[in-house]
Design a protein around this ligand. Structure first.
Ligand code: ATP
Ligand code: LTN
Length: 336
């Protein structure tokens, strides 16, 4: 399909736990940068609660986390005057189109998804069919809005590629209805690693929370987690392939300060790990404190958050209902 007019950007995060520094650096920060660039675009950010329930969530916690994630989008700099925010399950078109994609996607394509392999290994016998089909719902999220760009961390690139395969298959079988999206990745920030195991990514569902800096962590906890962060053998503060722990800390420092890694290496050439960690903890608190203050302000104003999410839902439903009607017509579904 031809790209006409505004470019459309779509992304989402699951309300399945605490948002952390990996989500911030790898995803939300990119969204804010795109939002502030001058070119004409439509930005849509979703709280993907239907994705979250692919593993069990207690209803009381889920309800709270949906509002927490939405408020954190705003606190991190997503501006409702420039971007739309909505909750996925409030627009039924997502699950409708996901079912259609389930019917269109060969099992073999889904079988290749590495995230399913990783997550199902942790779930064991309680793995749900929904966790397996998860990428079809993600494809629906993206394709409903004629998305051009999907800004995500590296772990999601395979899902966006599958989205393109599903779109192309639909277009071949039923006519051109879907635009093929592109992933947008900030290569240097795409994979922030656990502070306790720099070979695995920082993740909401990590059992060892010492390795995860949450956006709402208290100052003291941030300092403790940085202090405890594992380091590599040797004493140099340098970015090198065989030094994954200190390299990860340097990437985090660079992303939070906006400084190049080599200028940070130069500053700490004659200093110790302890000096570096103290300064990193201070920098992190400086960046996260204003986000936390703004978050508290927004959470106290339920009316404001509700209004932002209502407007987002109205916008989303208006747009997606046209797409779903076209899809039904193309497929011969119902009496449309
Ligand atoms: P879970 O552990 O439940 O899978 P998660 O921490 O991986 O959660 P998601 O909701 O799956 O978080 O991810 C939201 C966004 O944040 C996605 O774009 C994802 O690529 C990005 N992201 C998640 N973790 C990292 C990370 N460690 N580094 C960079 N980006 C990340
Ligand atoms: N699968 C993504 C979350 C997600 C998403 C999307 C991201 C669901 N739908 C659409 C971008 C676009 C994840 O981060 N785990």
């Amino acid at each position: 399909m031809e790209n006409k007019g505004k470019k459309i950007i779509f992304s989402g995060i699951q309300p399945s736990g605490n948002l952390h520094l990996g989500n911030y650096i790898g995803a939300i920060n990119q969204w804010v940068v795109m939002q502030e660039e001058s070119s004409e675009k439509e930005l849509i950010f979703c709280v993907v609660d239907l994705h979250a329930i692919t593993v069990y969530q207690s209803s009381a916690v889920l309800k709270e986390k949906i509002l927490e994630v939405a408020a954190l989008y705003l606190a991190c700099g997503i501006d409702p005057k420039k971007s739309k925010i909505f909750v996925q399950s409030e627009n039924p078109d997502h699950s409708y189109l996901a079912w259609i994609f389930d019917c269109l996607t060969p099992m073999g394509w889904m079988n290749r998804m590495t995230q399913f392999k990783d997550k199902s290994a942790k779930q064991k016998e309680s793995t749900s069919v929904g966790l397996f089909n998860y990428p079809a719902l993600m494809a629906a999220d993206i394709l409903l809005y004629d998305t051009d760009y999907v800004p995500v961390g590296e772990d999601q690139t395979q899902h966006v590629e599958l989205t393109c395969d599903i779109a192309a298959r639909f277009n071949r079988l039923y006519g051109e209805n879907f635009k093929l999206p592109k992933t947008i990745i900030d290569r240097k920030a795409a994979r922030i690693m656990s502070l306790q195991n720099p070979l695995t990514k920082m993740s909401k569902s990590d059992e060892n929370q010492d390795g995860v800096i949450n956006l709402l962590d208290a100052k003291d906890d941030i300092a403790k987690k940085i202090k405890k962060a594992v380091t590599d053998s040797g004493r140099e503060i340098v970015y090198e392939q065989d030094k994954p722990a200190i390299s990860n800390l340097l990437v985090i420092y660079s992303k939070l300060s906006g400084r190049e890694i080599n200028s940070i290496e130069e500053e700490y050439r004659l200093k110790s790990y302890a000096d570096f960690k103290n300064d990193l903890a201070e920098l992190m608190v400086d960046v996260l404190s204003p986000v936390q203050d703004k978050y508290r302000e927004i959470r106290q104003d339920a009316g404001y958050l509700g209004k932002v999410l209502d407007e987002g839902r109205e916008f989303a439903v208006k747009k997606s209902s046209v797409k779903v009607a076209n899809v039904r017509r193309a497929m011969g579904l119902g009496r449309i």
